[in-house]
Write a protein that binds this ligand. Structure first.
Ligand SMILES: [Zn+2]
Length: 309
């Protein structure tokens, strides 16, 4: 079969690989649609260290090609969605509610990290009964594939934010995941959603998906704008999308670091606690820096496809 691989840091290309075989609990899926994620480019750039001929990709849907002897819920021919994060569900971390960290820090992230990913004609899924979901007939593959990471990560951000009814949420960067966090915040009952974004089309989409206001750091002081929108109270939740621009970098564009405010302090803390968040712990939740600001940082790898579990 053909596979698109990372040959070495900074080098990609196609190569032939054998079709994988399933273990007793596993499945082999024939890829029908897949998405490129920023994380793929990070991986190729060396973010997780060197890899040799590793198949890239972690967002895909397909049809079941083969299942192991213990798989009960799926059979060949089923159309399935596969989560970007595919934990080992019996692992103690998974059982404790941190499935993304099964087996090791970020151990739930297997595709294009510790095993071949989904940019191939076929790919292997561990613990198929738990890590796949059947796609309803009314949902086409090109829609379902967005649930593998974009929608599930954004929704998980909103869920982890524990947004109170009527709460205020700031979503930094309205890319695909941020847009889904915006939808998730709306569904969770947020009363005010502020999208921090500069790209006009994304601003428009953010409003379509539920943002009540847009803060554009290329045109205004985002900190002041958010304070103005909230009568000086700030946000209830901060959901940070995993991307190239951190909230602190965004805000530093609009306000000098030499003139910090409580809001800015929180934001800087957020960017430095991403590693904590990605370790599956919620220590920052227990350390609000202001009474009205519960701090939650979310990254893609803290998500476990909550949309379909
Ligand atoms: Zn992704």
């Amino acid at each position: 079969m053909k596979a698109f691989v990372m040959k070495a840091i900074g080098q990609v290309g196609f190569m032939e690989k054998p079709v994988p075989h399933p273990g007793p609990n596993d499945a082999i899926v024939k890829t029908t649609k897949a998405l490129i994620c920023t994380s793929d480019s990070h991986t190729v750039g060396g973010a997780v260290g060197p890899r040799e001929n590793l198949t890239l990709g972690h967002e895909a849907v397909g049809t079941v090609h083969e299942v192991g002897s213990n798989v009960k819920l799926f059979k060949p021919g089923d159309r399935v969605l596969v989560g970007a994060i595919t934990p080992d569900w019996g692992d103690p971390a998974s059982q404790a509610g941190h499935s993304s960290q099964s087996g090791a820090p970020l151990g739930g992230w297997k595709f294009s990290n510790t095993k071949d990913g989904v940019f191939a004609e076929y790919f292997h899924v561990n613990e198929a009964d738990a890590n796949m979901a059947r796609i309803p007939a009314s949902v086409p593959d090109e829609m379902a594939v967005y649930c593998a990471d974009m929608l599930s990560t954004g929704f998980m951000g909103a869920e982890n934010g524990n947004i109170p009814i009527g709460g205020t949420v700031a979503v930094f960067a309205e890319g695909p995941v941020g847009l889904m966090a915006t939808v998730g915040a709306k569904l969770r009952g947020a009363g005010l959603i502020i999208g921090v974004e500069t790209v006009p089309r994304r601003q428009e989409l953010a409003r379509t998906y539920g943002a009540d206001a847009i803060a554009d750091f290329s045109k205004e002081d985002v900190v002041q704008r958010i304070l103005d929108l909230t009568d000086g109270q700030g946000w209830t939740q901060l959901s940070r999308r995993w991307g190239r621009i951190s909230p602190s970098r965004m805000l530093s564009k609009s306000r000098k670091l030499a003139a910090p405010s409580p809001m800015l302090a929180i934001t800087v803390k957020v960017s430095s606690c991403i590693s904590l968040a990605s370790s599956g712990e919620s220590a920052w939740r227990k350390r609000p820096l202001r009474p009205v600001c519960v701090l939650v940082a979310v990254c893609a790898w803290n998500a476990s496809c909550a949309c379909w579990r």
